[in-house]
Design a protein around this ligand. Structure first.
Ligand code: HEC
Ligand code: HEC
Ligand code: HEC
Ligand code: HEC
Ligand code: HEC
Length: 374
């Protein structure tokens, strides 16, 4: 019986996901498949969510809120601090373990967007489809900023027409002599800082771009002289002001034996890649493997992963966790955690409802429900 459920889940959950994840930009929403996994036994939750007016974004990504990380399974968050539109990151993962991954993109104004979730097993990924076969093209090489300190430093910026490693060669003559090289993150928007520059001296710099297939090309040299600090913030504007960030596409394939995660955003954005090993190969037929989180994990700690303190306009955040119930009294419809703890889900309905901010009661009523006056 256990075996039967296992193969069903493996087929129903993983295979289609892996195939869908293979083709970058292809059809087939892997999140859809995950959803099906939970929908089979919890159809009511789906119907309810579909009927709600207000829901949490990614409300159907049930696994993120509900399933724990497997014992020994790793949770890895990778911070990519460079702002770029098209990115490839090579990952170090085990060949035969399943992984779950999503990316959070953050633009220069702090606007955020989450991608959908994808699941894959590195060993089953296909090679990245060959592209035009040409090395990357470098454009717009420039000195974007000069900063002064004990020494001067210069921010060199450029773009490439496809994701490439950032690297520069520089020096006091056209023979260069020094170099800086980035690792692992292939981007289309590049920035590197040269330190310890001597004022009133001439420098030569050129960018070198290497794509994931190992093809590289160097730009024409750029000659510059360090005078006084400046900031040329006239960086290429790729979107109209006020545009919100969006993750347009994500996918995983293999490049030279390693999983390569690619994501594209509608504007230059930095990113955090949330990654988890999801199931041991011998997980058995347990549909909730590696286990459901308890209510405190799900309804408080998990929420704080994405929502830091100070989210509430009213006073910068309400006390949560263990609280004193001397000045307030709990009200019906606002469920507490064990020991009278206030959770995020005490006030917010985790699956949605008809109230703004998915509040369990209308905003005007919810405070007075506990803080009533005689
Ligand atoms: C094979 C059927 C099956 C599948 C698939 C399944 N569940 Fe369940 N789930 C159950 C059953 C039966 C229970 C109640 C018994 C228990 O707690 O294990 C339950 C309980 C739960 C509970 C706790 C409910 C409570 O009242 O505390 C949550 C949360 C949950 N499932 C989430 C999920 C999520 C998320 C998925 C998809 C990853 C999922 N389930 C997939 C059968 C399933
Ligand atoms: C934003 C996080 C989040 C998401 C996404 C989410 N849940 Fe939940 N879910 C919770 C929390 C928190 C609770 C506990 C509710 C409580 O304490 O009252 C819960 C409760 C449940 C329960 C048990 C009680 C009930 O309300 O029915 C089930 C079953 C369940 N969720 C299934 C799912 C399924 C299936 C999905 C995907 C469609 C899903 N959840 C998506 C956070 C989430
Ligand atoms: C994976 C990251 C993530 C997690 C985990 C998460 N949220 Fe969110 N939440 C978001 C994003 C993204 C938004 C959209 C608005 C924004 O950017 O703040 C949002 C919005 C909200 C909103 C505002 C909804 C509205 O209508 O304006 C509430 C309330 C909220 N989350 C509560 C919760 C609660 C409660 C939990 C835990 C059960 C939780 N969130 C867990 C990412 C997350
Ligand atoms: C579920 C019941 C409940 C609800 C709903 C509730 N509160 Fe509270 N509130 C409490 C409790 C209990 C405390 C005492 C916490 C402590 O001091 O340990 C508290 C404390 C406070 C405090 C004092 C904070 C501090 O740092 O000492 C303020 C202010 C407050 N609440 C405002 C609000 C507002 C505004 C709302 C509506 C958005 C609200 N409360 C909704 C139960 C509630
Ligand atoms: C005591 C009730 C209460 C608790 C507990 C509570 N919230 Fe809220 N939350 C509110 C109210 C009321 C609003 C809407 C008005 C506002 O922004 O203050 C709100 C709004 C939000 C918003 C939307 C903010 C915005 O401006 O878009 C997010 C996100 C959110 N809450 C997340 C959380 C998270 C995460 C937790 C747990 C750490 C939590 N809340 C705990 C009452 C609560």
């Amino acid at each position: 019986m256990k075996k039967g459920i296992l193969s069903l889940i493996v087929i129903a959950v993983f295979l289609p996901v892996v195939f869908a994840a293979l083709s970058f930009g292809g059809e087939g929403d892997p999140a859809e498949v995950l959803r099906e996994g939970c929908a089979r036994c919890h159809p009511g939750v789906y119907e309810a969510i579909n009927g709600y007016k207000y829901t949490h974004p990614d409300q159907f990504e049930c696994v993120w809120c509900h399933l724990k990380s497997p014992p020994g399974g790793k949770e890895m968050d990778v911070h990519v601090d460079a702002y770029s539109r098209d990115n490839i990151m090579l990952l170090y993962l085990k060949e035969n373990r399943p992984y779950r991954l999503r990316v959070k993109a953050i633009d220069r104004e702090g606007g955020r967007a989450f991608s959908r979730t994808i699941e894959f097993i590195p060993g089953t990924l296909e090679e990245m489809a060959p592209d035009d076969g040409l090395p990357p093209v470098i454009s717009n090489l420039r000195v974007e900023e000069v900063r002064s300190g004990i020494f001067y430093s210069a921010v060199i910026a450029w773009e490439t027409n496809k994701p490439a490693l950032s690297s520069i060669e520089y020096g006091r003559s056209a023979d260069y002599g020094d170099s800086l090289k980035g690792h692992n993150h292939y981007a289309t928007d590049h920035r590197m800082v040269i330190d310890r520059l001597i004022p009133r001296s001439d420098y030569f710099v050129r960018a070198v771009a290497e794509d994931v297939f190992g093809r590289s090309l160097a730009s024409e040299p750029l000659k510059f002289r360090i005078k006084k600090p400046f900031l040329n913030s006239a960086a290429p504007v790729d979107v109209p002001a006020g545009t919100k960030p969006e993750v347009e596409d994500i996918g995983v394939s293999k490049v030279r034996g390693r999983p390569a995660f690619r994501w594209r955003t509608n504007m230059a954005a930095r990113a955090i890649i949330f990654m988890e090993e999801t199931r041991a190969p011998d997980a058995g037929g347990e549909p909730h493997y590696p286990g459901l989180g308890d209510r405190v994990e799900m309804g408080l700690k998990f929420c704080q992963k994405c929502h830091s303190d100070g989210i509430h306009s009213a006073g910068g955040g309400h006390p949560t966790g263990r609280v004193l119930w001397e000045k307030a009294k709990n009200a019906e419809g606002l469920p507490l955690g064990p020991g009278g703890m206030i959770l995020c889900t005490t006030c917010h309905a985790p699956h949605g409802n008809g109230n703004e901010f998915i509040l369990r009661k209308k905003a005007l009523e919810i405070c007075n429900a506990c803080h009533y006056r005689e």
